[in-house]
Design a protein around this ligand. Structure first.
Ligand code: EPZ
Length: 431
C-alpha cells in the first residue's frame, strides 16, 4: 500500500501552478463524444478520475489520443456501443455524463450506476426527471438505461440545485428538437465551462451561470479546440495550505473571480490575500481567527473546500462552526483530525471546533478526496512525522499533489508502507 509520509511544521512558501478543473473537464470530455468530428481538449488535469473517464470513452469505440498529460484529442465517429459497463467506471461519479451525451447523440445510453466519494447519499433523480421530460424512457437497476426515438425540448424545473443534473440535462438537450428551459440550475464555474465548450461545438446554450439555462436544440455538433478553466478547488486547497502552515503561497493560472468566497473567508480569519489578474498570493503570519462557515452552492463557500477550511480553523484562536448544507456525510475526516489533537464535535450537519494552538502528528487514513487534501495540510502544519494511507483518493482529483507540495518546500514522500528502509531513511533525514 502506498502512503504519504510527511514531516510537518514549517511554513510553505513559493508559487504553484493550478491545473485544469477536474469537474469541468469531466463534463467536457463526455460532451466531446457528441460530434463525429475531432475535438481537442487542453488543460485537462492528469488525475485518475479523468483517466477513468477517458478509458470509458475509448471503451465505447471513440478514438482517444493523449497528446500530452494535459491535452487529449477525441473523435466520436468510431463509437460502436452505447453501453458503458466497466468495474472502474462505477468508481467515478462523472460516468453519468455519458448518459446525457450518448442519449443526446444516439437516443440510447446504458451506463453502470455511478460511484464517487462516499460523502452522503447521491441520488440522480433530478437527472432522470430531466431525461424523462425530454421524452426518454429511463430504467434503473445496476445500469441506468435511457432510450428515446426523439428528444423534444421541454420546460424543466429542478427540485434541487444540482451540478450533475444541470450538466447532464444540458448535454441531452443540445441535440433535442426545439427549446429546453432548465430552471433552478447550478451556477458553478464548471457549468459555464461545459456550456461554453458545447457552444464552441455549435450548440445554442444561453444563461449558463444564471438560475435559468435556455437551450435551442441544433441538428448536429462540430469539432472544436477548447481549454478547460483552472481548478477552483485545487487553488483553494493551496490557499488554505498557506494559512495552515503560516506560509506565503502564490497560486498561479487561476480565475480570481471564482475564488471570491474562499478569498473573503481567508481575509476574515486574518490572512493577507493579494489578487492579480490570474493569480492570488496568500500570506499568513499568525494563527487564524475562529469563524463560521456555511457551505452553499456557487457563489457561496464550496462544499469541496469544507474539510480544508476545517483544518485551518482547528488551529484558530477561538471557536468555529461549520455548517455543511450539500452532503450529509462530509465530516468523516473529523475522526482522523482528532488523532492530531483537534477538538471537534459533530452534530448532524454541523461541526463545532475549539481552536488549538498546535496539532500533533498522527497516522491517518484518508476517507475521501477533499478530506485527503485537508488531512495532508494538517500533517504539513503539525511539527513532526505523520503518515496518510489511502492516498489514491487524493490522486483522483489533485495532479502531482506531493510534487507540487515539495516545490513549496514541503517534506513529503510517497512510499510503500511495507518499505521500512525508505521510511527509516525519511525519518532519519537531517532537516
Ligand atoms: C458535483 O457532484 C461534484 N462532482 C462534487 O465534487 C461537488 O461536491 C458537488 O457537485 C457539489 O458542488 C463532480 O462534479 C464530478 P450535485 P454532484 O448533484 O454533481 C443532491 C469533488 O470532491 N441531489 O450538485 O454529484 C445531492 O444528494 C466532488 O470533486 C439530489 O438529491 O453533486 C446533494 O445533496 C465531491 N438528486 C446535492 O443535490 C439529484 O438528482 C448536490 O449534488 C442530484 C443531486
Amino acid at each position: 500500500m502506498i502512503q504519504y509520509i510527511v514531516r510537518g511544521g514549517k511554513p510553505l512558501c513559493g508559487e504553484v501552478t493550478i491545473a485544469g478543473a477536474k469537474n469541468a473537464a469531466l463534463g467536457i470530455l463526455a460532451a466531446a463524444v457528441m460530434t463525429d468530428e475531432e475535438v481537442t481538449v487542453e488543460n485537462i488535469p492528469d488525475v485518475s478520475d479523468i483517466n477513468s473517464l477517458l478509458e470509458a470513452i475509448r471503451g465505447i469505440g471513440a478514438k482517444v489520443d493523449r497528446i500530452d498529460k494535459n491535452t487529449v484529442k477525441i473523435c466520436g465517429a468510431t463509437i460502436n456501443s452505447t453501453t458503458v459497463n466497466y468495474d472502474y467506471i462505477t468508481k467515478i461519479r462523472a460516468s453519468y455524463y455519458l448518459i446525457g451525451a450518448l442519449l443526446g447523440k444516439y437516443g440510447a445510453a446504458s451506463v453502470a450506476m455511478p460511484g464517487g466519494c462516499k460523502i452522503g447519499s447521491r441520488p440522480i433523480d433530478q437527472h432522470i426527471k430531466g431525461f424523462k421530460k425530454l421524452g426518454a424512457k429511463v430504467s434503473e437497476s445496476d445500469m441506468i438505461t435511457a432510450t428515446a426515438s426523439e428528444l423534444k425540448g421541454n420546460h424543466i424545473f429542478l427540485d434541487i440545485v444540482s451540478v450533475g443534473a444541470t450538466i447532464n440535462i444540458m448535454l441531452a438537450a443540445v441535440l433535442a428538437n426545439g427549446l429546453t428551459i432548465i430552471e433552478n440550475v447550478a451556477k458553478e464555474p464548471h457549468i459555464v465551462d461545459v456550456a461554453n465548450f458545447l457552444n464552441s461545438m455549435g450548440a445554442n446554450i444561453k444563461g449558463a451561470g444564471t438560475d435559468v439555462i435556455r437551450i435551442m436544440g441544433v441538428e448536429k455538433l462540430h469539432g472544436s479546440t477548447y481549454s478547460c478553466i483552472p481548478d477552483q478547488i485545487e487553488a483553494g486547497t493551496f490557499m488554505c495550505l498557506a494559512v495552515a502552515t503560516k506560509g506565503d503561497i502564490t497560486v498561479k493560472n487561476i480565475i480570481p473571480k471564482h475564488m471570491e468566497a474562499i478569498s473573503a473567508k481567508l481575509v476574515e480569519i486574518g490572512a493577507e490575500v493579494y489578487e492579480e489578474d490570474d493569480s492570488i498570493r496568500v500570506i499568513s503570519k499568525g494563527r487564524p481567527i475562529g469563524s463560521t462557515v456555511k457551505t452553499r452552492v456557487y457563489p457561496g463557500f464550496p462544499t469541496d473546500m469544507q474539510p480544508q477550511i476545517a483544518v485551518v480553523l482547528s488551529m484558530a484562536d477561538g471557536n468555529s462552526i461549520i455548517n455543511e448544507s450539500i452532503w450529509e456525510a462530509r465530516f468523516k475526516y473529523v475522526a482522523e483530525l482528532r488523532k492530531m489533537g483537534a477538538v471537534i464535535t459533530v452534530e448532524g450537519n454541523t461541526a463545532f471546533i475549539e481552536g488549538r494552538d498546535l496539532l500533533t502528528p498522527a497516522a491517518m487514513a484518508v476517507p475521501d478526496l477533499r478530506a485527503g487534501a485537508a488531512l495532508t495540510i494538517a500533517a504539513l502544519a503539525a511539527e513532526g512525522i505523520s503518515t496518510l494511507t489511502d492516498i489514491e483518493y487524493i490522486e483522483r482529483g489533485y495532479e502531482d499533489f506531493d510534487g507540487k507540495l515539495r516545490a513549496l518546500g514541503a517534506s513529503i514522500k510517497k512510499v510503500d508502507s511495507e518499505d521500512d528502509k525508505e521510511i527509516t531513511k525519511f525519518k532519519m533525514q537531517v532537516v
